[in-house]
Write a protein that binds this ligand. Structure first.
Ligand code: ADP
Ligand code: ZN
Length: 259
């Protein structure tokens, strides 16, 4: 069909799809599922993730349940734009680690008729919206909010709890330092960096279901969001006595802590 006014063939209509939620909620799984279906449809797919750590041959997007898809790394919005121009469908994982410029790049790709699917954290470890995800949510055609399972009480979890004390700058293995929690069991770090885990959770059903929270402690950092420029900002020291049996701590296939 042609445009009746201009006689031009219509441009294909691009879209932005956002998959967001806390850690362990299945964002990457969902991203991979959509990208695989696009590949089955013989569309040209490019998968991108932020370049955070040079120590690993980071050539796949990998989910916590070991789903994987080959990917390229990108550092800047310009690189996203460049890689995206060659594709019909662009998947971007860990989108929260790109800076604000990525919003313009994603819009430009969608305006050019591309399907851009992004996955990322909507909230940081303090429970504060994690830019640029709110910007992308506002501009997206399709939004999916994924929830994990609260490791304390078993209810749907919308928050990522940091369960470490120190503020060392590491990436490797720091998925072990976060756990999925529901609104009731989530304990934001205090402004002064002191833990308030004990006070918040006291008396909740979390305790009756899974025992005392006193062995869990929120992170002592007072830093701002983890973002692309300080993505290495992740707590390093697991609290002595912190439960080792949390599901997400086991067999996490990914080198990056930031997921
Ligand atoms: P995300 O990208 O949101 O961090 P992934 O797609 O990488 O999540 O992983 C989702 C998988 O994580 C689930 O299918 C499940 O196997 C595993 N998992 C580990 N801990 C949890 C949890 N607390 N709640 C839900 N799924 C979990
Ligand atoms: Zn809970």
């Amino acid at each position: 069909m042609h445009d009746s006014r201009t006689g031009e063939p219509p441009r294909s209509c691009g879209v932005i799809e956002v998959v967001c939620g806390p850690m362990f909620s299945g964002k990457t799984e969902e991203l991979i599922r959509r990208l695989r279906r696009a590949q089955i449809a013989k569309q040209k797919v490019v998968v991108l993730k932020p370049q955070l750590d040079d120590r690993y041959a980071d050539d796949h997007v990998v989910s916590h349940n070991a789903q994987r898809i080959p990917s390229l790394q990108a550092r800047t919005a310009e690189e996203i734009r460049r890689h995206g121009m060659d594709a019909d469908v662009i998947g971007i994982d860990e989108v929260q680690f790109f800076g604000p410029d990525i919003v313009g790049a994603i819009e430009e790709l969608a305006d050019k008729g591309k399907r851009v699917i992004v996955a990322g954290l909507d909230l940081d470890y303090r429970g504060v919206p994690f830019e640029p995800v709110p910007q992308l949510l506002a501009r997206a055609e399709y939004i999916t909010k994924t929830l994990a399972i609260c490791v304390v009480c078993g209810h749907p979890a919308s928050r990522s709890q940091r369960v470490t004390q120190e503020g060392n700058r590491i990436v490797v293995g720091s998925t072990d330092h976060y756990e999925a929690r529901c609104r009731a069991c989530f304990v934001p770090p205090k402004e002064d960096g002191q833990s308030q885990v004990e006070g918040k959770v006291e008396g909740s059903q979390a305790q009756s279901r899974q025992g005392s929270q006193t062995d869990r402690q929120a992170d002592g950092q007072t830093d701002d969001h983890i973002n692309s420029s300080d993505a290495m900002e992740a707590a390093a020291t697991r609290m002595p006595g912190s439960p080792a049996s949390r599901p997400q701590s086991q067999s996490d296939p990914r080198p990056s802590a930031l997921h």
